[in-house]
Design a protein around this ligand. Structure first.
Ligand SMILES: [Fe+2]
Ligand SMILES: [Fe+2]
Length: 274
């Protein structure tokens, strides 16, 4: 089983509706115009798509933040770039905090439609957490992203969601279990990142540390990294931002050795990142 994992491409743009001037999108658009636009190169997402199309990966995982403020035009831009792999590769997607940014109905509709499309029209966002069994591996998809106040980029694990995941895991299993979420469960700097972290994550983190969850795949942090929790390549893999750090993660499950190997695939050389 070979997985390619990418995250945080952050398509952005101008306000596409007057209502954007009256909610958190104004902050996000300002942020995009003066900072994010210069950090995230959408050409790298096109390169990632080319790489994915030429690969023999069994599954493609996107852990969210495909937009900057969750506006319909941003989803449209992201989907246009991802279009060659939609329906052609086995793809699963969970939203990031920038994809579910505000409760504006146009934005929520765009997220819901994009979620369905990216996941092959098999289920809706409200169906999460959901366990997808694929090639004898279990992939638990979790949404941790909800609109928050102007200054927060935090995510939340709802109690009902961690309870449902416990129920999924309580059924006897021998398959490897992947948790697919936007936020890292392991927070190295909980105080420093108090405005950016995941809350109510402890129960899931204990499952990862205890081996009930083998692998956590996440994004949100834009620099890729791996944190080992147990031998055999078990732990948390953050793909980083594909458009900022030109990185895709490759994770291979070796059934006979019951272990995982990982490598970062650089789409361009680091010195050319600019
Ligand atoms: Fe992000
Ligand atoms: Fe994020």
């Amino acid at each position: 089983m070979k997985i390619l994992h990418f995250s945080d491409s952050h398509a952005g743009g101008a306000p596409d509706n007057w209502t954007a001037y009256f909610d958190k999108r104004l902050v996000g658009i300002f942020n995009y115009k003066f900072r994010r636009k210069f950090q995230h190169n959408q050409r790298l997402l096109r390169k990632a798509v080319e790489y994915i199309l030429s690969s023999d990966a069994d599954l493609i995982v996107c852990t969210g933040d495909i937009t900057s403020t969750g506006q319909p035009d941003e989803f449209k831009t992201a989907l246009e770039t991802l279009y060659p792999i939609i329906g052609k590769k086995n793809l699963i997607y969970v939203p990031g905090n920038h994809d579910f940014y505000v409760y504006n109905s146009r934005c929520v509709d765009a997220l819901m439609q994009s979620f369905r499309m990216l996941n092959g029209n098999r289920f809706s966002l409200s169906d999460l957490p959901l366990n997808i069994r694929f090639l004898d591996c279990d992939f638990i998809m979790l949404n941790e992203s909800y609109p928050t106040n102007l200054l927060s980029s935090c995510g939340y694990v709802l109690r009902k969601d961690s309870e449902k995941i416990l129920r999924i895991l309580s059924k006897k299993r021998k398959n490897p279990v992947f948790l697919i979420g936007h936020y890292p469960l392991i927070e190295k700097h909980p105080l420093l990142r108090v405005r950016h972290r995941l809350w109510r994550e402890k129960e899931l983190l204990n499952l990862l540390k205890g081996g009930m969850i083998d692998i956590s795949l996440c994004g949100h942090v834009h620099v890729p990294y791996f944190m080992e929790t147990l031998p055999g390549g078990r732990g948390e893999y953050c793909a980083g931002s594909v458009t900022k750090n030109a990185n895709i993660s490759e994770i291979i499950f070796n059934e006979s050795a019951n272990s995982f190997t990982h490598k970062n695939i650089r789409l361009i050389e680091p010195q050319n990142l600019g």
